[in-house]
Design a protein. Structure first.
Length: 242
């Protein structure tokens, strides 16, 4: 029997069946009522284990529904038993499931390495893991598209734009100034971390990871669906724990 993994993010929801740690087709929905999207995709086939990561408000009704479709429901959080003994240098009670799954996936892909993860989503999250699987902590700032929306929302005249494909380093129009300001700002932010931690392997994930990896001079490992990979590893762990 297959397992089912769910990543409820701030902007969209990703779901997929998995078996043997291998993800099948990843489906994505940005619709507001994600519960219907998830349940409708579960009706075709029950799952052995369902793993849910949810960074939105807790949804006990959804959790009860999901429990009806599987032998074991795992709602991922800081207290969840994981296939790898991640340790925390801080009180991890506020740690989101998406960050935990991403760190776990990264640790299992690159064992025994100092790792620096950038997750490009609604927020840009940065997480640090040392080679002994100690989570050192992480930082959060505005994501790529959130920066454009913020500039539009909190000013009178700046438009909400799609970033230009090419742009000068110094803007010569409103669009090029916004594009260069946001894109170069993120690049300089990332390069600052990389230069500060030169002995860390760098991993990019999330929707805009490929876009920014192409703009970096340093070697980058790009794993766009790292969170889903981590959730799949958790599902396999509980499926084999019968």
């Amino acid at each position: 029997m297959k397992n089912f993994v769910i990543d409820v993010g701030n902007s969209n929801c990703k779901i997929a069946y998995e078996k043997g740690g291998i993800l099948e087709e990843i489906r994505k929905s940005a619709q507001f009522n994600i519960a219907d999207f998830i349940i409708n995709n579960l009706k075709d086939e029950e799952a052995d284990v369902i793993v849910l990561s949810n960074v939105r408000e807790e949804n006990k009704i959804l959790e009860r529904k999901l429990a009806e479709f599987c032998r074991k429901l795992v709602v991922l959080g800081p207290e969840t038993e994981l296939p790898l003994n991640l340790r925390y240098k801080f009180d991890a009670t506020e740690m989101g499931g998406d960050r935990i799954a991403g760190i776990l996936g990264m640790a299992m892909m690159f064992p025994g390495e100092n790792l620096l993860k950038f997750d490009f989503g609604t927020a840009l999250t940065v997480d640090f893991l040392d080679k002994s699987d100690l989570v050192l902590g992480g930082n959060i700032s505005l994501g790529f598209r959130s920066r454009f929306r913020g500039l539009n929302n909190f000013t009178k005249r700046l438009p909400l734009i799609m970033p230009d494909k090419t742009y000068p380093e110094i803007g010569v129009s409103t669009n090029s100034a916004l594009t260069a300001g946001v894109v170069l700002g993120i690049i300089f932010e990332i390069e600052g971390y990389i230069n500060r931690y030169p002995d860390y392997k760098v991993v990019f994930t999330g929707g805009d990871s490929i876009y920014f990896a192409k703009k970096m001079k340093s070697p980058i490992f790009v794993v766009p669906n790292l969170v889903m990979i981590g959730l799949a590893q958790i599902a396999e762990y509980y499926a084999n724990k019968k």
